[in-house]
Design a protein. Structure first.
Length: 173
């Protein structure tokens, strides 16, 4: 199956083509149209999502992933990959699709995985809306425009856009 890419812009317009190449560049996406022989660099803030059909291999298993878009929640089984920029890539193992999600497009992505015995710090997170949550045994990863708070003893990880968090304190490091 050929790879087809659908770009959903925040303006409501959509572009679907099998002749597009993508290159994430920080908070931008370079889009190369092979047919028109053109390149555009689009800010992540202008893109709601990018879906690649036919590139990912369909398979069973993967982590249970819940994506909170604010007005709706999408649940899939797959994996998440950060490009250390303005997009996360969510691979849906069942559908065989990859979805690029910009930092502005979601509130939280929750990943449920097999527990491990690894522990971390007690971490107090102050969100931009002044909500405060403490996480026990948490590991914090900074990934481009995102922060991942992983609680491996619980088998849970949460991805947040960096703009959603105003402060992180490590209480027992």
């Amino acid at each position: 199956m050929n790879k087809t890419i659908t770009i959903n812009y925040t303006s409501g317009t959509t572009l679907t083509s099998s002749a597009i190449d993508l290159l994430p560049c920080g908070d931008f996406m370079r889009i190369t149209n092979q047919v028109a022989n053109t390149q555009e660099i689009i800010p992540a803030a202008s893109i709601a999502s990018i879906i690649e059909h036919g590139d990912a291999t369909r398979q069973s298993g993967g982590d249970a992933i819940s994506i909170d878009f604010g007005s709706k929640i999408q649940r899939i089984r797959g994996t998440i990959v950060s490009n250390n920029g303005g997009f996360l890539t969510v691979v849906d193992n069942k559908k065989g699709t990859k979805t690029w999600i910009a930092a502005h497009a979601f509130d939280e992505i929750m990943v449920m995985f097999d527990r491990s015995e690894r522990s971390g710090d007690t971490t107090k997170v102050t969100f931009a809306d002044n909500n405060v949550i403490s996480y026990e045994n948490a590991a914090v990863k900074l990934e481009g425009s995102f922060i991942c708070i992983s609680r491996e003893c619980e088998g849970l990880a949460s991805w947040f856009p960096a703009s959603a968090i105003s402060k992180i304190e490590f209480l027992n490091s």
